[in-house]
Design a binder for this molecule. Structure first.
Ligand SMILES: [Zn+2]
Ligand SMILES: [Zn+2]
Length: 180
């Protein structure tokens, strides 16, 4: 593959990975060779370099991850609650809860949730690091999938199941809140 940006050969670089140009740092789609700005049909997600913020430049989800209503902040959840709610998601329940670092009433780290879902679904999603220093893009991670639309649909279904888990907690929590 030749770099679409600088023309250098994009080869296997142990440091950067096979689809990042070792000359200019531009990331390329493993399936069609496009650059991130070309927005090829395979681009599934694009994570900004500051991973602490947990946000995406290209959003992999169709829907917002679920949260609990604010009044549920007072409810104490047990491991059994979490298992009942999230046990069927094919992921480590602790990881899911961990993505909600500020509690289940606050939005989760979407990048963490994405990682968990990709793993749980064994999605075809190849990570490519973009090392080019362009508008602060250095260090961004992009995920490409042969079937990005299909992957997005799978993620959507998974988030739907996650939302069902939140419904389970809503019901359990309501009983406890009512009991005072
Ligand atoms: Zn290049
Ligand atoms: Zn592509």
């Amino acid at each position: 593959m030749t770099c679409a940006e600088c023309g250098a050969e994009v080869g296997k670089s142990a440091e950067l990975g096979a689809y990042t140009c070792s000359e200019c740092g531009m990331a390329h789609c493993p399936h069609c060779g496009a650059r991130p700005a070309d927005e090829c049909a395979h681009l599934l997600a694009w994570q900004a370099p500051d991973t602490d913020t947990g946000w995406f430049e290209a959003y992999p989800f169709h829907r917002e991850p679920p949260v609990l209503p604010e009044e549920y902040e007072a409810v104490e959840w047990s491991g059994e609650d979490y298992e009942a709610a999230f046990g069927g998601l094919g992921a480590n329940v602790d990881y899911i809860v961990g993505a909600y670092a500020n509690g289940l009433v606050s939005p989760p780290s979407e990048t963490q949730l994405f990682d968990i879902a990709v793993d749980a679904l064994s999605l075809d999603a190849q990570a490519v690091v973009w090392e080019q220093d362009w508008m602060g893009a250095a260090g961004a991670t992009l995920w490409f999938s042969k079937d990005a639309d299909g992957a997005r649909e799978s993620l959507d279904t998974w988030l739907g199941k996650l939302a069902e888990g939140f419904l389970v907690l809503t019901q359990r929590g309501a009983e406890r809140l009512a009991a005072g």
